[in-house]
Design a protein around this ligand. Structure first.
Ligand code: FES
Length: 107
């Protein structure tokens, strides 16, 4: 099962085993990880599931859709090259070891 590590702004890490097909957002919520709010429940309509994806995993996900791109312009913490909506990221074996950094603020 792929492993995803969530890193809080203070450096605290949470490693979670995530079944393939599950979204990075769902796995965080399920594991009780603070820092992802996901107000819209994964509909790409709230931008409160904003995360920063570490290289080299960023390239292993499909590129940002137009809908996600628009929402990323509305994140509370600054958007960077590494920004994604975690509800749009489906975990696969290709991203085993994924490191996701959580922003300072979501809302
Ligand atoms: S959960 Fe709302 S945009 Fe991802």
């Amino acid at each position: 099962m792929p492993t995803v590590t969530y890193v809080h702004p203070d450096g605290t890490k949470h490693e979670v085993e995530v079944p393939t097909g599950k979204r990075v957002m769902q796995a965080a919520i399920g594991a009780g990880i603070d820092g992802i709010v996901a107000e819209c429940g994964g509909q790409a309509m709230c931008a409160t599931c904003h995360v920063y994806i570490e290289s080299p995993w960023a390239d292993k996900f499909p590129s940002i859709s137009e809908e996600e791109d628009e929402m990323l312009d509305d994140t509370v913490s600054p958007r960077t090259e590494a920004s994604r909506l975690s509800c749009q990221l489906v975990v696969s074996d290709d991203v085993d070891g994924l490191i996701v950094r959580l922003p300072e603020e979501q809302v």
